[in-house]
Write a protein that binds this ligand. Structure first.
Ligand code: TTP
Ligand code: MG
Length: 355
């Protein structure tokens, strides 16, 4: 770990729009305000929700939930079709606002970005005031609200933007890190997914405070290279720079089928189309070389498996080999098939296609 003062000097803002797609739908049709709404695929076509507004969240409705399940939780839910062009337009306006304040911007998705404002002269150099100003400008130009987190690194700024959501912001100043971290749930740590969370919980680790009692050596024994990251993040330490030129880590295409595909042969028939789409999507995007290919299969009971390989060319017969392995793991009807390539860097671009 480097010297503490290294991270004190940075000023990072994380901006995240509030229920982004749903907020755009409400803005464009104000009669929807106050009603539970979501954006996503229809239940007849076995779609999944992209997001929902806060009224719908009160019923337990969430992003990535199958639409049919969302209706069970909230029978009055209105599910609206995805209008990606509108979301992209709003995102471009938001990004142009960021650019007026800093060049060091790392977009994470259409609705979320890190800004490094360390050197700013605006707002008397206060990142907190600057975040207020940016949110106000976003509202004036898009009629959409955003939340912001302000701290000295990306990890803490992202945690902070969730703290007073929606339409709020929260600052974690360097002098508060030591008191802030112990109560933070380990589930909030960047990179801790379901599996790692379970493993941590089984070790009796629920909070970053619990984690802080472990040595790097013990954490590395249990979590490999991630042990070092857990040691640092549990203390609120994160050196990652705001990366203005993120490169893709993988490119993939996937389809959720309107009806389950009952057997392996019929799954195989779907592959050529997916491979063609993947080739088109990958054009000019894989200069850094392919590290491997993968196939993802989701079965009709929602269990999911991914088979990876180190093949380095997009070829149908290679995906056939992987698909067979993936299918044999479940041997059940399939609702979703995905294929992709792994590249050598940072961002994940997923292009979901529903037929
Ligand atoms: P999020 O910022 O995760 O969610 P949100 O903006 O809808 O809600 P919040 O107020 O909690 O920030 O994602 C931004 C947009 O990305 C979201 O509006 C829709 C899309 N999205 C998907 O399409 N699928 C997903 O699984 C998620 C999480 C988001
Ligand atoms: Mg958001």
């Amino acid at each position: 770990m480097k010297r503490e003062q290294d991270q004190d000097i940075r000023k990072i803002i994380h901006i995240d729009m509030d229920c982004f797609y749903a907020a755009i739908e409400m803005r464009d049709n104000p009669s929807l305000f106050g009603h539970p709404i979501a954006v996503g695929g229809t239940s007849e076509r076995r779609g999944v929700l992209c997001t929902c507004n806060y009224e719908a969240r009160k019923f337990g409705v969430r992003s990535a939930m199958p639409t049919a399940k969302a209706y069970q939780l909230c029978p009055d839910l209105q599910v609206l079709p995805i209008r990606m062009d509108e979301y992209k337009k709003a995102s471009a306006i938001v990004r142009s606002i960021f650019l007026e304040h800093t060049d060091i911007i790392e977009p994470l998705s259409l609705d979320e970005a890190f800004l490094d404002v360390t050197g700013t002269q605006e707002c008397f150099g206060s990142a907190t005031w600057l975040a207020e100003k940016i949110r106000k400008e976003i509202y004036e130009q898009t009629q959409l609200t955003a939340s912001a987190g302000i701290s000295c690194n990306k990890f803490l700024a992202k945690i902070a933007s969730d703290w007073n959501k929606p339409n709020g912001q929260f600052v974690i100043p360097p002098e508060d890190i030591a008191s802030f971290m112990p109560n933070l749930s380990v589930g909030k740590i960047f990179g801790v997914g379901k599996v790692t969370l379970k493993k941590l919980n089984n070790l009796g680790i629920e909070t970053c405070g619990d984690l802080q009692e472990w040595s790097v050596v013990s954490l590395s024994e249990h979590f490999g290279v991630f042990g070092q990251r857990l040691f640092e993040l549990s203390r609120g330490y994160d050196e990652r720079p705001v990366n203005t030129s993120r490169e893709r880590k993988s490119i993939s295409v996937e389809n959720t089928y309107a009806e389950d595909i009952p057997d392996l042969n019929l799954c195989m028939e779907k592959l050529p189309n997916l491979v063609e789409r993947l080739k088109q999507r990958s054009l000019n995007k894989i200069e850094q070389g392919i590290k491997g290919l993968f196939v993802k299969v989701k079965f009709n009971d929602f269990s999911q498996t991914t088979v990876d390989s180190s093949f380095d060319h997009i070829e149908l017969h290679k995906y056939q080999v992987l698909l067979e392995q993936a299918f044999m793991r479940g041997q059940k009807p399939v609702r979703l098939l995905g294929i992709g390539v792994r590249l050598n860097t940072d961002t994940e671009v997923q292009l979901g296609l529903e037929f």
